[in-house]
Design a protein around this ligand. Structure first.
Ligand code: GDP
Ligand code: MN
Length: 386
């Protein structure tokens, strides 16, 4: 789960990381009322979306007065923000953050994340922070400095000094930087984060450090122990189909291809996607309907796959171990009758009552092709999608 910038900044504040003062406009009607609570006449207006790159997409505006701020805020609410991280459809703006402007000396990049390779927390910093950090990482990786923290010894002063020196910080800035790193470390662990990023961490014109942007990703598997964080969830920012799938306890992830996949079991789902790719196709999703699935769940899963208009063909691959294939067939038939299908569907059933299930599908009069061999099914669906 991702947090918005303003939510991340609330957490920053609580852990002692300096951030500018600000106020949240939670709906366009409240624009003037909220602006009236802001002291500074000049403000920064920031669209709250779960994506970076807002600055280049018109989602961050420095304005001279509250009238301009109101205009910008209303414009942001009325439009979706499209950045290189969102895809063409962009994201809706459900709130706008108003902030007192900061006088920028220079922009630093600082983040902390779980590094799977070393199995440690890794801090990453660069003096080339700001809106072009992706290019810096790609073209001049030597400008990115990292340290990893052993979980037994925890973060130490020398870690902080090493990065601070690499960033050419001096005097009291080094102490301020160390305080920020310790706060980040504590925040990360206390909230089961998977990534925290400050870009830019600004050295102000008068030489102090302040976090101008804030991004926090949380570990979904640990959210059950953070009721306070779960309340910060903004469903409007999440993939619609993934949110819908979660409601039905379906394990679904949107992908870029055009072959819808419905499979029971995560391992079989991965193997199915591999086989589709092997035969020249691209999966439109990962979907595990679960081991002990029911006809209703199959129907929901089917509707979900078909709601994606990228999908040009569907492959259903069910191994009936716990579940009976005739029940699956019933679910498929019901779903197809309910939602209708305009794309070819290939069904591969194997295991308990497979023959019975395949027979039901053949007898249904619906235009489904059936297979009992997975390779044959994968080839058929790839051909059908073309
Ligand atoms: P992002 O593009 O989504 O990462 O949004 P940021 O919050 O990082 O803002 C983008 C850029 O806007 C920053 O890198 C700054 O250069 C600029 N910016 C943001 N806030 C201020 C501010 O208070 N003062 C000034 N001068 N520039 C700002
Ligand atoms: Mn940023």
């Amino acid at each position: 789960m991702n947090l918005h910038e303003y939510q991340s900044k609330q957490l920053f504040s609580r852990f002692g990381i300096p951030v500018p003062d600000g106020a949240l406009i939670d709906s366009p009607e409240n624009t003037e009322t909220v602006l009236a609570t802001v002291n500074s006449e000049k403000v920064v207006v920031k669209a709250q979306v779960h994506a970076g790159g807002r600055g280049k997409a018109g989602g961050v505006k420095l304005v001279e007065d509250h009238e301009q701020a109101a205009t910008e805020a209303r414009r942001m609410f009325a439009n979706r923000i499209v950045t290189k991280q969102t895809g063409e459809a962009g994201l809706p703006v459900s709130s706008v953050w108003i902030e007192e402007p900061t006088d920028i000396g220079r922009e630093i990049y600082l983040s902390v994340l779980v590094d799977r390779e070393t199995r440690r927390l890794l801090f990453m910093a660069s003096s080339a922070g700001g809106m072009n950090i992706e290019e810096v990482a790609a073209q001049t990786p030597e400008k990115i400095h990292t340290i990893t923290v052993h979980p037994a010894s925890g973060l130490q002063g020398f870690h902080c000094r090493k990065l601070a020196f690499a960033l050419d910080l001096e005097g009291t800035q080094i102490r301020e930087f160390q305080k920020i790193m310790f706060a980040l470390y504590e925040l990360f662990i206390a909230n089961d984060a998977s990534l925290i990023e400050i870009n830019p961490l600004v050295v102000t014109a008068d030489g102090h450090l302040i976090a101008l942007d804030a991004k926090i990703n949380l570990d979904d598997n640990a959210l059950y122990r953070h009721a306070d964080l779960l309340e910060m969830r903004d469903i409007s920012q999440e993939d619609e189909r993934e949110a819908k799938a979660a409601e039905h306890d379906l394990n679904y992830i949107t992908l870029d291809g055009n072959i819808g996949c419905m499979v029971n079991g995560a391992g079989l789902a991965m193997a199915t996607m591999d086989l589709v790719k092997l035969h020249g196709g691209l999966p439109a999703n990962f979907l595990d309907v679960g081991g002990g699935t029911t006809a209703e769940r199959v129907a929901e899963a089917f509707k979900l796959i078909l709601s994606d208009d990228k999908v040009k063909a569907v492959l259903v691959n069910i191994f009936g171990g716990i579940v009976r294939c005739d029940l699956i067939a019933e679910g498929i038939i019901n779903a197809v009758k309910e939602v209708g299908i305009e794309v070819p569907v290939v069904v591969r059933l194997e295991g308990t009552n497979a023959q019975q299930g395949l027979q039901m599908l053949d007898d249904s009069g619906l235009s489904l092709s059936t297979a009992s061999d997975l390779t044959e099914a994968a080839k058929a669906v790839v051909a059908a999608a073309q």
